[in-house]
Design a protein around this ligand. Structure first.
Ligand code: PRX
Length: 631
């Protein structure tokens, strides 16, 4: 493979080439795919509208590049190994040939159910092979999948269905999560009370939970696929046609439907997968994310399968039935590359070394992290104890919007440094800008992380709202894609991500807009106004600290706080529940009525001494009160 980087000088050389002639660079990588028609131009772009097109007028189907391109050589190789929640249950292994058959069968099933090219399909399912099959079946027929993490509430699900006007939902009777069973289908039923666009619900039997099947709308998965042909000719797609929509949070209330297109995303996820993790044929790769997030899309499903890799899919949680589960799985399947989130590492680290000791972990070659900054203590535990001082850590920085990894060591090639994502991958032209938009050149600088040239996996638009896409990512710094993250470049030119610079908080690697959580809190009838900030949390990275002005009359504050948590649970889902709620009589505001979050952040962080300039506050007296009542 000519584009597989093996040495540091090789990396520097490739990087150089990718900047000097990006079109030639990406064309060379794209050529290893099967295109039904080649491109007229590699890239056409401007960041002002924005208008970004990769592989202009090329035609392809991404699933042909997973299956038909690889079957001859890889047909009998395991594509997906599935490890169930309960270790006593039998696992499943699907070879490329078997997966192909199932994808074609389900593609035909979707067609039989009336799904056409361009239609949006919501996938609200557990971590089972059928979820990947559903995604690939959509891609096969040119339908647009939108996977919604199955921990989201009925309200969040409904918001997403309504936004993308989906006509069909794929779901399950229930979802195993550790010792719990989640009643998935009833969440769907509740969501659908508000969504008139949906006329079909396909229900996979997973937990044998009793469900209510609505006549004429709901159909069992096993009935829907019965007798359906497994021969399917892939739909030919323009490289820029939509592959999927994935919702993510921004600094304003409403989640945004990030749109990725098929040609560029295919090239980018494949390239980054092969290089960052240094995957070799025959290795077993495990990414512990849920497919409801971009990490699962790019590095459980598309990247690995495009590379003909064996990808492990785990249904459960790291602590069930005990906190050694991850390591038991690593040994059971001889995992070579293991990719997880810092929050999982910190949570497992808290159990001490004992749960790890029974396992050899000797198959591991590369260990990775994603989703949030990794603190040095966790980095060292991971490196020394899990990686036995022998596996490079790839601290991969990227976003839902970037489609794939942008800044990361290349395993075994780039020297690592604790808490640093290190260097940009080839094709990624970073820029650090100060708040006035001046590019900070040289080393030892800190500022806003921006990117000045497109890469094939970049977001194309926000579904149904191109203007919001422009405003969110391309407006603040003209001519650049703005990531929303702060970054430091050190004296060696290495990059360290400093966290979000906008009103987004990152809780256990999950992104939430503070406004989104505030609006959920405000749905409680006794809440008058609220403000949410992040604070450092030992396991989650950031915790959610809510300040709320409430009508307490006749109500105990403890009960009310619990009710508020339940309200957030209901509106967004359990992952967004505030860790701390402080009931206050007022929020510090400027004379123009803006909440001074800087002060609230300081209080939440426990730094109650230096509040900077508070002379512009309308109500300085509340600061004192808030400090006294700190949770
Ligand atoms: O703040 C950065 C953080 O996660 C954000 C993106 O979140 P999301 O779109 O949900 O995607 C997460 C998985 C790709 C980024 O803006 N982030 C992601 N990776 C890292 C990170 N922060 C520090 N280090 C990382 N490696």
């Amino acid at each position: 493979m000519p584009y597989k980087i093996r040495t540091l000088s090789g990396y520097l050389h490739e990087y150089q080439k990718s900047v000097l002639d990006p079109e030639e660079f990406w064309a060379r990588i794209a050529e290893s795919f099967h295109w039904k028609k080649s491109w007229d131009k590699v890239v056409e772009w401007n960041f002002s509208e924005p208008n970004i097109k990769w592989f202009v007028n090329a035609r392809l189907n991404i699933t042909e590049n997973i299956f038909e391109r690889n079957l001859f050589t890889l047909g009998d190789r395991p594509a997906i190994i599935w490890e169930p929640n309960d270790p006593e249950e039998t696992n499943r292994i699907l070879t490329y040939r078997q997966l192909f058959e199932k994808v074609c069968g389900f593609a035909n099933t979707l067609k039989n159910l009336g799904v056409k090219k361009g239609d949006r399909v919501i996938i609200y399912m557990p971590m089972v092979p059928e979820t990947a099959i559903a995604m690939l079946a959509c891609a096969r027929i040119g339908a647009v999948h939108s996977v919604v993490f199955a921990g989201f509430s009925a309200q969040s699900l409904a918001d997403r269905i309504i936004d993308c006007e989906a006509g069909i939902i794929l779901t399950s009777d229930g979802n195993f999560r550790g010792s719990k069973i989640i009643d998935t289908k009833s969440v769907v039923d509740k969501a659908l009370e508000q969504c008139s666009s949906v006329n079909t619900v396909v229900v996979l039997k997973r937990t044998n939970t009793e469900v209510n099947m609505q006549e004429g709308r709901d159909i069992w998965w096993h009935d829907a696929i019965k007798g359906v042909s497994t021969e399917n000719i892939a739909e030919e797609m323009d490289a820029e046609e939509m592959l999927f929509i994935l919702y993510t949070s921004g600094s304003t209330g409403k989640p945004k439907g990030v749109v990725h297109s098929s040609g560029g995303y295919m090239v980018y996820t494949y390239y980054t997968f092969m290089n960052v993790f240094q995957y070799n044929q025959g290795d077993v790769f495990w990414c512990t994310a849920d497919v409801g997030w971009i990490t699962g899309h790019s590095y459980i499903v598309y990247g690995p399968l495009l590379a003909g890799a064996t990808t492990l899919m785990f249904e459960g949680v790291p602590t069930y039935p005990d906190p050694g589960r991850f390591w038991a799985i690593v040994d059971k399947y001889k995992i070579n590359q293991f990719y997880t989130a810092p929050t999982a590492i910190r949570a497992l680290m808290a159990f001490g070394n004992e749960p790890v000791e029974p396992y050899s972990l000797e198959s591991l070659r590369v260990i990775g992290t994603v989703g949030e900054p990794i603190n040095e203590e966790a980095w060292h535990w991971y490196h020394d104890f899990i990686g036995k001082n022998n596996c490079p850590i790839v601290d991969t920085w990227w976003q839902t919007e970037t489609g794939g990894i942008l800044i990361s060591p290349i395993a075994g090639v780039t020297p690592t440094k604790p808490a640093y994502a290190t260097l940009p991958l080839p094709g990624i032209q970073l820029a650090i800008l100060d708040d006035d938009g001046n590019e900070l050149r040289g080393k030892s600088v800190e500022g806003n992380l921006c990117i000045k040239y497109p890469w094939p996996g970049i977001i194309r638009t926000l579904y149904g709202d191109h203007e919001r896409c422009r405003q969110t990512y391309f407006d603040k710094f003209k001519g650049y894609y703005f990531t929303g993250d702060g970054v430091r470049r050190d004296e060696e030119g290495y990059y360290r991500i400093m966290g979000r610079v906008d009103d987004v908080i990152n809780v256990s690697g999950h992104r939430f807009g503070t406004a989104e959580i505030e609006s959920a809190i405000n749905e409680h009838p006794r809440v008058v106004e609220s403000a949410v900030v992040g604070y450092p949390h030992k396991i989650k990275g950031q915790g959610i600290y809510a300040f709320a002005i409430c009508d307490l009359s006749g109500q105990s504050s403890e009960i009310l706080k619990n009710e508020i948590k339940q309200t957030v649970n209901k509106v967004i889902g359990p992952i967004a529940k505030p860790d701390k709620i402080q009931i206050v009589s007022g929020l510090p505001k400027t004379r123009s009525g803006k909440i001074m979050r800087r002060i609230l952040r300081k209080v939440a962080e426990g730094d109650g001494t230096d509040f900077g300039d508070t002379s512009t506050l309308l109500n300085p007296e509340v600061v004192e009160e808030i400090i006294k009542g700190k949770e």
